[in-house]
Design a protein around this ligand. Structure first.
Ligand code: ZN
Ligand code: FE
Length: 255
């Protein structure tokens, strides 16, 4: 059986996730922006958190951890290379390492750029990846600590996962991301219809995540830096995709 995923809105625009393995009963919490909605979701499902997977050190991804651990005796998992900035880790992993949620194997992928030491967790059997502030729905995290080429490299790693992978990202930024994406890729019919669907979902208060990698590859400008139409639109025909990515990211920073 595959992991059951629950999406939990936290704070004003963050998301935490639950990944539950029905065979073993094990449940991973991915990021802890605040404890209360996560505790509620666990209680409603009757699940006990056995793991907490931390994607990166920012407060809006870790600050509810001690309150969660007060009620759930879960193993805290994060990036060994960034351990000094993370809460105490029970399992410190590096790029390429794996962990088990029941019989499901999760793979750690270093996706540095937003921060140095940001990781994603990919569960290939369940075809789901937790990408937090690296690859986001129609966007990507701002490049705070890493370099533009490093962020591009990280997005390429995620973009190379199987296209039917479910992408669980860390924030509800999709409507603003869609407005920006349309300035980069205005004639993309899939983007135009996705932007409409995103607005409709937000009008009803529905989350726009998780999303699917195939949808991101078709519409997310940050994954499409090699697209000839986008390159032409930016006056960068034939430029290296990493450079085109950097230009798109700079424009978004000033959007
Ligand atoms: Zn962040
Ligand atoms: Fe964040």
């Amino acid at each position: 059986m595959t992991l059951q995923i629950e999406t939990i809105p936290c704070l004003s625009d963050n998301y935490a996730y639950l990944a539950h393995d029905p065979d073993s009963g094990e449940t991973a919490v991915v990021d802890v922006p605040e404890a209360a909605p996560i505790l509620d979701a666990l209680a409603k499902k009757g699940w006990t958190a056995t793991h907490v997977l931390i994607t990166h050190h920012h407060a809006d991804h870790v600050q509810g951890l001690s309150e969660l651990l007060a009620q759930h005796n879960a193993q805290v998992v994060g990036h060994a290379a960034d351990a000094k900035r993370l809460p105490p880790l029970d399992l410190a992993l590096n790029d390429g390492d794996t962990l088990q949620i029941g019989r499901e194997t999760g793979h750690v992928i270093d996706v540095s750029g937003h921060t140095i030491g940001h990781i994603a967790f990919h569960f290939p059997q369940s075809k789901v990846a937790f990408t937090a502030d690296s690859l986001m729905a129609l966007g990507c995290g701002r490049v705070f600590e890493g370099t533009m080429p490093q962020m591009w490299d990280s997005l390429c790693k995620l973009g190379a996962l199987p296209p039917d992978t479910t992408i669980c990202s860390g924030h509800e930024y999709t409507a603003a991301n869609a407005r920006f994406a349309l300035t980069i890729d205005p004639d993309n019919p899939e983007l135009i219809s996705r932007a409409e669907a995103v607005d409709a979902a937000r009008e009803k208060g529905h989350p726009t995540v998780p999303t699917r990698l195939s949808e991101e590859l078709a519409t997310n400008p940050f994954l499409r830096a090699a697209d000839p139409g986008i390159q032409a639109h930016l006056g960068m025909t034939g430029a290296a995709p990493a450079q085109v990515f950097a230009e798109i990211r700079r424009r978004k920073d000033n959007f």
